[in-house]
Write a protein that binds this ligand. Structure first.
Ligand code: FAD
Ligand code: SF4
Ligand code: SF4
Length: 494
């Protein structure tokens, strides 16, 4: 039974009204965990509107009251940017949501985004004492949901202020790319008075936040507001600027007079299966599919000219968040049947639990312990079937997960007209190809020290181009560390 936001709010208000002004830890542990209100699965399947509706004020306050204010606060170590979690929850528990946001903003620049997309269950919420005491990770304090609430409230009240910037230092920094790593670098350096220019290859800034993560998980208006804040601070943004082609990386320093360069070019090179039939019409990388859908707004056929393949039956290969995003987007683009093909069991799936549950509620079919062996086409070269092989689980492999073992003779055919390959991304290769002086590791990621310095003088890097495909908050954390290092260096120069 799907409880509405109003119903959840009424329940929360009722409990909140019974709370004593001071609570013992034992009493806090009896407060019911607050579920995230979400839109009805049948109705949302055909709409791009955000699925998770966000806590009500009563839910946020009640959930914050579940925090035990642990002295050692293990949650803080689980957050890559070390937000003072008990600090902001203590304020939210008193209904001081503005104060709570102030605490978060001391460490994080993008709380409305991180509160939505951080994999909290493996970060801040994993070590939470409440989850451990109640012997269920799902019952840990929902830190991310409260964080999202306080950030959204400030946005809805137009009370997010643009940070003040220090007087001009005369130093110029070029920031390559405009994903979360670059946004963080740009914001910090601008605040410290440097002149910052973002150079972005696409026609719109925001990186994966704009072209990858779908609207129904992260509304683009939120990302646009962060970008507008950067512009209001005086950060310049040049789009359609591909560093390595429009201008060589080294020319930015040697000829254009930038004092430092930060590279946040991400991991946007899709991996393929290298199986027969991957070149048939109707096979897409998840990157291309999602970019058409999100950045080019193909779902909005009345107002966008972007063509998108009209699919009826779709197979998505992979079991991560990108696979879930592609499958759920395909449903919203009118596919009748969408199947996730994943060679291990659901337990080993790297996708967030919440995303798997949402995909299931919306009707995505899960063919676990299966993998695509080849893709078959019709006489016109269009996808017709995908040949699957069944798997069973063997001994754990190097990743610690049980390895998938193919079952001989278990081939079967699945009728599909579209195949979306979502098995991961490699780092973008252009800059390492056009700047051979930059040291890279065996995966093609830039090698940096703990301050984000690359092997090239005055060039820093961070985010997915260093970490491989990782997370928003890790990219942001690396961006902030690099910004501090750039600032130190520029401050020592006349
Ligand atoms: P990116 O966000 O990749 O941005 C890089 C930018 O650099 C892009 O805009 C690109 O166009 C630009 N660029 C590249 N090369 C050049 C060049 N030569 N010149 C100029 N510009 C260039 N993480 C989470 O934490 N939670 C999630 O739920 C989640 N879901 C995801 C879903 C999808 C579909 C994808 C693809 C990723 C997801 N991630 C998620 C991962 C997360 O988005 C990334 O880890 C994060 O965006 C990396 O940030 P970044 O700043 O390093 O680079
Ligand atoms: Fe948790 Fe992410 Fe917020 Fe850190 S930024 S507290 S990891 S939701
Ligand atoms: Fe609160 Fe959990 Fe952090 Fe303890 S670990 S301070 S209960 S959020």
């Amino acid at each position: 039974m799907h409880a509405t936001r109003e119903e959840l709010d009424t329940q929360a208000r009722t409990v909140l009204a019974t709370l004593k002004p001071t609570l013992t830890p034992k009493e806090r542990l009896t407060i019911p965990p607050q579920p995230m209100p979400s839109r009805d699965p049948v109705e949302r399947r055909k709409s791009m509107a955000e699925v998770a509706e966000g806590y009500t004020p009563a839910q946020a306050q009640l959930e914050a009251n579940r925090c035990l204010q642990c002295k050692n606060a293990p949650c803080i170590a689980g957050c890559p940017v070390h937000i003072d979690i008990p600090g902001f929850l203590a304020k939210a528990a008193q209904g001081d949501f503005k104060g709570a946001l102030g605490v978060i903003q001391q460490s994080s620049l993008l709380p409305a985004i991180c509160g939505r997309v951080c994999p909290q269950e493996v970060q801040c919420q994993a070590p939470c004492t409440v989850g451990k005491s109640l012997k269920s990770l799902e019952k840990a304090v929902s830190i991310g949901r409260v964080e999202r609430f306080v950030a959204d409230l400030a946005r809805s009240e137009n009370s997010v202020s643009v940070p003040d910037c220090a007087p001009p230092t005369g130093k110029r920094v070029a920031v390559v790319g405009s994903g979360p790593a670059s946004v963080s670098v740009a914001a910090d350096l601008r605040r410290w008075g440097h002149d910052v220019t973002i150079l972005e290859a696409f026609h719109k800034p925001g990186g994966v936040l704009v072209y990858g993560i779908p609207e129904f998980r992260l509304p683009k208006a939120i990302v646009a507001q962060e970008i507008d804040n950067l512009k209001a601070m005086g950060v310049q943004i040049q789009t359609n600027f591909l560093v390595g082609r429009t201008r060589k990386l080294k020319d930015l320093i040697d000829k254009d007079g930038y004092d430092a360069v930060f590279i946040g070019s991400g991991a946007g090179l899709p991996k393929f299966m290298h199986i027969d039939g991957e070149n048939l019409v109707g096979v897409f990388s998840a990157n291309e599919y999602l970019t058409r859908c999100n950045l080019m707004k193909a779902y909005d056929a009345d107002r966008s000219a972007t063509p998108i393949y009209q699919s009826q039956r779709v197979a998505v290969l992979g079991g991560g968040n990108v696979a879930m995003d592609a499958a759920r987007s395909a449903l919203r683009l009118d596919a009748q049947e969408v199947s996730i093909i994943y060679r291990r069991s659901e337990q080993e799936m790297p996708a967030r639990r919440e995303e798997v549950e949402h995909a299931k509620e919306e009707g995505v079919r899960f063919l676990t312990l299966h993998n695509a062996q080849r893709i078959l086409g019709d006489e016109k070269g269009r996808v017709k079937n995908v040949e699957l092989l069944a798997y069973e689980l063997g001994a754990p492999d190097a990743s610690g997960r049980r390895s998938p073992v193919p079952i001989t003779g278990s081939e079967s055919l699945l009728e599909v007209d579209t195949v979306i390959v979502a098995i991961g991304n490699d780092s973008n290769p252009l800059l390492r190809q056009t700047t051979p002086e930059l040291e890279v590791n065996k995966n093609g990621n830039f090698v940096v020290d703990d301050e984000g310095r690359t092997s090239l003088d005055r060039v820093w890097a961070g985010g997915d181009i260093v970490l491989g495909a990782a997370t928003v908050i890790l990219a942001m954390g690396q961006g902030r560390a690099a910004a501090a290092s750039i600032h130190r260096r520029l401050s020592t120069e006349a």
